[in-house]
Design a protein around this ligand. Structure first.
Ligand code: ADP
Ligand code: MG
Length: 260
């Protein structure tokens, strides 16, 4: 049993970017929230409000100007193998095969061995990439490349997955299909997930909780505990069968206030 109660804890976090010309951009202002172990939380907010900044803080790539960021009860001082981060533009290396791309994180951590390679092969299979291990990214569809990037993030077996708009580049049909697969796999593997998206439907369909951020400087506008009353989660059922779906959508839409 873990002794920490929050997988991620953000307390009064502010972040100001300083440019070389002396300009300042206040991205985050006094943000606080927690994510429980195995919870699936989405963050929605207008473009440029600081969502990627927030994930970079949790991943240990940035330090807050003030406030504290904790992962599993410890202050974040730098990148940690506990946290997997799929960047907003997580490009695959075109000269590496699917398998070689998926193994990069393990190589960097010096953990590539027979067992871990086998595990990555299994992940590729469960993400529908069996038979494509020796293909190059250029030979894959957009949806398949996205899945390779996700497998790469999961390959090091992080407790916490930070996903920055992982489905944004996909067409609608593919996105639904991938949401379904990814949502199911992440739930089954009991990961803690923090998903950034600008798609309200995606946030409501995928999450246990949705955190709404304001325009920059970003503050937490509201949090919504999502209960769609579905016996078996599915991204499609969430959209099509859950009576509550539209209500959540409308409430979050109003809070986002994109035209203000
Ligand atoms: P989002 O992911 O919500 O679109 P970001 O976190 O990428 O927003 O950016 C938040 C704000 O901070 C934006 O105004 C952006 O231009 C600015 N910003 C992001 N990264 C930097 C940086 N390295 N230096 C200066 N400003 C930055
Ligand atoms: Mg972003």
């Amino acid at each position: 049993m873990a002794e920490y109660t929050a997988a991620v804890e953000i307390q009064n976090v502010s972040l100001i970017y300083h440019s070389l010309e002396g300009g300042e951009t206040e991205a985050l202002r006094n943000i606080s929230f927690t994510v429980k172990p195995r919870e699936f939380v989405s963050i929605v907010g207008p473009s440029g409000c600081g969502k990627s900044t927030l994930l970079s803080l949790i991943a240990g790539l940035l330090r807050p100007t003030s406030g504290t960021v904790q992962v599993e009860g410890n202050k974040v001082e730098g990148p940690s193998p506990k946290v997997g981060y799929m960047l907003q533009q997580d490009y695959l290396f075109p000269w590496r095969t699917v398998l070689e791309n998926a193994l990069i994180g393990l190589e960097v951590m010096g953990q590539k061995d027979r067992a871990s390679v086998e595990r990555v092969r299994e992940l590729l299979t469960s993400y529908g990439l069996e038979g494509f291990e020796d293909h190059y990214p250029g030979q894959l569809s957009g949806g398949m490349r996205q899945r390779v990037a996700l497998v790469r993030t999961l390959a090091t077996n992080p407790d916490i997955c930070l996903l920055d708009e992982p489905f944004a580049a996909l067409d609608y049909q593919t996105r639904l299909f991938i949401e379904e697969e990814v949502g199911r796999i992440l739930r089954e593997s009991a990961k803690t997930v923090l998903l950034v998206t600008h798609d309200i439907s995606e946030a409501v369909a995928m999450s246990d909780r949705v955190i709404v951020l304001s325009k920059r400087p970003s503050v937490v506008v509201n949090e919504h505990k999502i209960d769609l009353g579905l016996e078996n989660w599915s991204a499609l059922a969430a959209r099509n069968e859950a009576a509550q779906f539209k209500t959540y959508f409308r409430d979050i839409w109003k809070e986002l206030d994109v035209h203000a």
